[in-house]
Design a binder for this molecule. Structure first.
Ligand SMILES: Cc1ncc(COP(=O)(O)O)c(C=O)c1O
Ligand SMILES: [Zn+2]
Length: 411
């Protein structure tokens, strides 16, 4: 049912077999799946008739057999946010809300559903990853569901909720003394020597394709049209280029037409290699040493940095970096105006959107989709001291009454 043919180099277009390969041995470019688009007979009605999960676009995903996991992943809400829009001075604003993605509350459940299915097709017995937290949560959960052994590698300074979110599924957790870039370097060495399926290293060609479904859903949920702008967080650089690849593919198979949206990158000022490169006119980001509360996106040396920059330029987009204080303000603004609780990655994306509106990059009458990719319940630490304390009362009615008399006005 899939139109998946094989892999090819993104840069020199050399074809490769559909194995656990991720880098071109001629030019070191990343490998990506190729599809026979002419063979795809997808209609809006056919897609609408399928279950509300990411496999509704399975013709455009790189598996050869049946999906094995992710039957409740994807198809997250696209929420129209009029109260937030008003605060920003916009007319048409949406949050694509992967903070409620199933089962581990981040966009990573998309990429892991695809990579884990492909890992089983390729015969891997162990699922592994290098992670800033959310990916480890997702790999551990999907591995548990599949009954497959799991090893996750993380930096040793993650938030308590991120660690808990992996540990509950009982994988082997290797907490490495170092930052994500150190963890990733170690995992590349491990993947060279051991036949483990590292979802974001040797299975990266398949993993990254899962992120296209975020883009597919935006178009479908807008009623088969593109928005004018999309603002996406960038860490390793998987998501942003794949949203655009998804947008292009839907046009290629005849499901949507029109001009691509302008796609903009959001990063924390304490880890902004892509924004720096955009501002300096570079093609490749220069690695940085991360220092930000936005730990899930604290990647100083993004694997797909080149593709992110290329994609942004092709769509006429740009980017913005925001301080940790702006990130927390944005988390609170989103929660208070729309009832959506995101983690610092989402605060970064909304904070960057606010910047882009201020700069006039996003106009008042244009439609915007803001990518919220992770859940705030995992990172409560960042709100320490920022929230109203509960009013503490005894059980006595008269105590309630005296509080009621002196309270600040409640509407
Ligand atoms: C919540 C969240 N959002 C966004 C990202 C960024 O992803 P990417 O590596 O695709 O740029 C990550 C992970 O790295 C994440 O955990
Ligand atoms: Zn190549």
């Amino acid at each position: 049912m899939s139109a998946f043919i094989g892999l090819q180099c993104h840069l020199c277009h050399t074809p490769f077999p559909a194995q656990a390969l991720y880098v071109c041995d001629r030019c070191l470019g990343p490998l990506e799946p190729v599809y026979d688009y002419d063979a795809i007979r997808l209609t809006r009605e056919l897609i609408a008739s399928r279950p509300k999960n990411l496999w509704r676009y399975r013709e455009l995903l790189p598996i050869t057999g049946e999906p094995r996991t992710g039957f409740n992943s994807g198809f997250t809400p696209l929420v129209r946010c009029d109260r937030l829009a008003e605060r920003l001075g916009l007319r048409e604003l949406y949050i694509k809300d992967d903070s409620v993605n199933h089962p581990t509350l981040s966009y990573k459940d998309r990429v892991v559903s695809v990579a884990a299915t492909r890992a089983l097709e390729l015969g891997f017995k162990v699922l592994a990853c290098a992670s800033t937290g959310n990916l480890a949560n997702s790999v551990a959960a999907h591995a548990a569901r599949l009954g497959v052994e799991c090893v996750v590698f993380i930096p040793d300074n993650l938030e308590a909720g991120k660690l808990l979110g992996s540990a509950i599924f009982n994988p082997t957790i290797l907490a490495i003394a170092g930052n994500y870039d150190d963890v990733n370097r170690l995992c590349t060495q491990v993947a060279d020597r051991h036949a483990w399926g590292f979802v974001n290293i040797n299975l990266r060609s398949y993993y990254a394709e899962g992120a296209k479904t975020y883009g597919f859903e935006i178009v479908e949920q807008l009623g088969w049209r593109y928005p004018d702008h999309v603002v996406s967080p960038v860490a390793g650089g998987t998501l942003l280029p794949r949203i655009v690849r998804g947008f292009r593919e839907l046009r290629q198979v005849g499901l949507v037409d029109g001009d691509l949206p302008r796609v903009h990158a959001a990063q924390a000022a304490g880890c902004a290699p892509v924004i720096n490169a955009l501002e300096a006119g570079l093609e490749h980001p220069e690695p940085v040493r991360p220092d930000t509360i936005a730990k899930s996106i604290a990647i100083g040396n993004p694997a797909d940095g080149y593709q992110v920059i290329q994609t942004i330029r092709e769509t006429g987009g740009t980017g913005a970096a925001v301080s940790d204080a702006q990130i927390v303000d944005a988390i609170q603004l989103l929660a208070e105006t729309e009832g959506i609780f995101t983690e610092p990655a989402g605060g970064t994306t909304l904070g960057a959107t606010i910047e882009l509106v201020k700069r006039g990059v996003i106009g008042r009458d244009e439609s915007v989709v803001v990518c919220v990719t992770g859940n705030g319940y995992k990172t409560g630490e960042v709100l320490q001291g920022r929230l109203r304390e509960p009013v503490r009362l005894s059980r006595a009615f008269k105590e309630f009454e005296s509080w009621f008399e002196t309270r600040e006005a409640i509407a």
